[in-house]
Design a protein around this ligand. Structure first.
Ligand SMILES: C[S@@+](CC[C@H](N)C(=O)[O-])C[C@H]1O[C@@H](n2cnc3c(N)ncnc32)[C@H](O)[C@@H]1O
Length: 413
C-alpha cells in the first residue's frame, strides 16, 4: 500500500485496500465519512440467514464474482469489518453517508446497524437517465399467450443514500457532544435551498438531477420520467435540491493538465474513448458537495474509503474540508490524485469554489498565456501570417470563454 501525504496539502490519499489504510487511523479521529462504495448488485441472490450466521460469528458475508458494472470491486457491498472500522475511527456523533442501490440498500443498512451505527435518515437521489434493464417475457416465448406487458423490472430513477450516525454516548447531550468533538448535528444551515420566490428553506431529503423531466415528474408526472405523481411534493412548500448526473465537464474536472495514455474504455459507452476520467461510476460534484456540507463543517476531516476518481475529495476541498481518500485500483487512484491536486491548485489560485467557474478561469488563463507567446512571436517576426492567424483563433476562443464566464458568473467576470 502506498500513502501520499504531500506536506501542507489538505488531503492524504492511500493506494491499496481501505481496511489496511483505516488501521493507521486512531479511534475518534474523523469527523465524517462520505462514501460511494460498491453496490453489490450481484447476479447471486443474498441469503440473509447465511448473512446473519456470518455476522453472529463476527465475520463478513461475501458473494464474490462481479457486480452489475462488470467489475470485481463492485460485487460486494461495504463489509461488516469495514463498517466496524468506520465506527471506530469516527468521532462520537459523526455521520456516515453512503450511496446504495434500491435492491441492496437493506443489506447495507443492516450491516451498518449490526456494526453499531444508528440509522438517521434515507436520502433519495432521483434522476432521469436510468436505463431499464428488465426482460420482456413475450420476447422470450412468442407462442405463449398472455405475456404482453410482462417485464422483470422497473426503470431505475432513484438511488437511496443512507445517513447513519455513530451513537452519542448515553447521558451526553447533542450539545455537549458537539462542544467536545464538533460532531453530532447536521449542518442544515449550510445546505438551505433557495425557492423560486427567493426565500430560503430547510432542505428535504430528496435530491434530484435537476432535469426538467424529473422536476415535472415530482410535480405532476412526465412521460419520460414515468414517476407516480406525488402531489404532496409541492415544489413551493417542499423545496427539492437539483443536482444533475455527472456531465462530461464535471467528470473531467481537474484533469485539464493530467497526462495519461489510458482513456475511458469502451465498456460503458463505445464512443467515449477520449475521456481522461476512466472511472465508470463518477458522481456529480454538486451532489457530493451538498453531502459534504450536510455532514461536516469547514476545517473538518472528511473521509472516503472508496475514492474512485476522487469526486468526494474534490468536493471536500472545494468546501474547505480536510480529506482522506482510499482506493484499491492504481489507474483510478492516479485519476483521483490528479483531480484532487488540481482542485487544490485551482481553488488557491482563483479563490472560488464552483468547479464550472474554476474550469472556465483555468481555460481563460491558458488561452491568455498562449496569446502572450504568439504575440511575442509576432513581434519577432511581424510578417509571418501563421502567427497572425493563430492569434486571431485564440482571440475568438478568449471571447467565447469570457462570454461563458459572464453568462454564468456575471460578478466574477
Ligand atoms: C463506486 S466507485 C466510487 C466512484 C466515485 N464516487 C467517483 O465519483 O469516481 C467505488 C470504488 O471503490 C474502490 N474499492 C472497492 N473496494 C475497495 C477496497 N476494499 N479498498 C479501496 N477501494 C476499494 C473501487 O476500485 C472503486 O473505484
Amino acid at each position: 500500500m502506498k500513502d501520499k501525504k504531500k506536506s501542507n496539502q489538505p488531503f492524504t490519499l492511500h493506494l491499496g485496500n481501505n481496511l489496511d489504510a483505516l488501521a493507521k487511523y486512531p479511534d475518534q479521529s474523523i469527523h465524517a465519512v462520505v462514501i460511494d462504495g460498491p453496490y453489490g448488485m450481484n447476479s447471486k441472490e443474498y441469503n440473509v440467514q447465511e448473512l446473519a450466521k456470518q455476522y453472529l460469528k463476527g465475520e463478513n458475508y461475501l458473494l464474490g464474482g462481479k457486480g452489475i458494472v462488470g467489475m470485481d470491486w463492485d460485487s460486494d457491498l461495504p463489509t461488516l469489518a469495514l463498517a466496524k472500522e468506520l465506527l471506530r475511527v469516527l468521532k462520537p456523533g459523526g455521520f456516515v453517508v453512503c450511496f446504495a442501490a434500491a435492491r441492496t440498500y437493506d443489506i447495507l443498512v443492516f450491516t451498518l446497524r449490526w456494526a453499531g451505527f444508528q440509522i438517521k435518515d434515507q436520502l433519495i437521489w432521483a434522476y432521469a437517465s436510468g436505463v431499464p434493464k428488465g426482460q420482456w417475457l413475450e420476447n422470450q416465448a412468442e407462442e405463449v399467450e398472455g405475456l404482453a406487458g410482462l417485464n422483470t423490472s422497473l426503470k431505475p430513477a432513484v438511488e437511496p443514500i443512507v445517513l447513519a450516525q455513530k451513537p452519542i454516548p448515553k447521558g451526553v447531550s447533542v450539545l455537549e457532544n458537539y462542544e467536545q468533538h464538533g460532531t453530532g448535528a447536521l449542518n442544515i444551515g449550510a445546505v438551505q435551498v433557495t425557492r423560486k420566490d427567493g426565500e430560503t428553506r430547510y432542505p428535504a431529503n430528496i435530491i434530484t438531477d435537476g432535469s426538467k423531466v424529473v422536476e415535472k415528474g415530482f410535480t405532476g408526472g412526465d412521460s419520460n420520467f414515468n414517476a407516480c405523481s406525488l402531489s404532496i411534493l409541492d415544489e413551493l412548500l417542499n423545496p427539492i435540491l437539483y443536482y444533475s448526473k455527472a456531465q462530461v465537464r464535471d467528470r473531467e474536472f481537474g484533469l485539464d493538465k493530467h497526462e495519461s495514455e489510458i482513456r475511458r474504455n469502451a465498456l460503458f459507452s463505445g464512443n467515449d474513448t477520449d475521456f481522461k476520467n476512466i472511472h465508470p461510476t463518477v458522481k456529480p460534484l454538486a451532489l457530493m458537495r451538498h453531502l459534504v456540507r450536510l455532514v461536516s463543517r469547514p476545517g473538518d476531516i472528511v473521509m472516503d474509503c472508496f475514492l474512485g476518481s476522487g469526486s468526494t475529495g474534490c468536493a471536500a476541498i472545494l468546501e474547505n474540508r480536510r480529506f482522506i481518500g482510499m482506493e484499491l485500483n492504481q489507474d483510478y487512484f492516479r485519476v483521483a490524485e490528479a483531480r484532487i491536486l488540481r482542485t487544490v491548485e485551482l481553488k488557491e489560485k482563483f479563490k472560488v469554489s464552483d468547479p464550472e467557474q474554476l474550469t472556465l478561469l483555468a481555460e481563460l488563463e491558458e488561452i491568455e498565456t498562449a496569446m502572450q507567446k504568439v504575440a511575442d512571436s509576432v513581434l519577432k517576426d511581424p510578417k509571418n501570417k501563421v502567427h497572425h492567424t493563430k492569434l486571431g483563433t485564440l482571440e475568438i476562443k478568449r471571447k467565447v470563454c469570457l462570454s461563458n464566464l459572464k453568462k454564468s458568473y456575471p460578478i466574477a467576470a
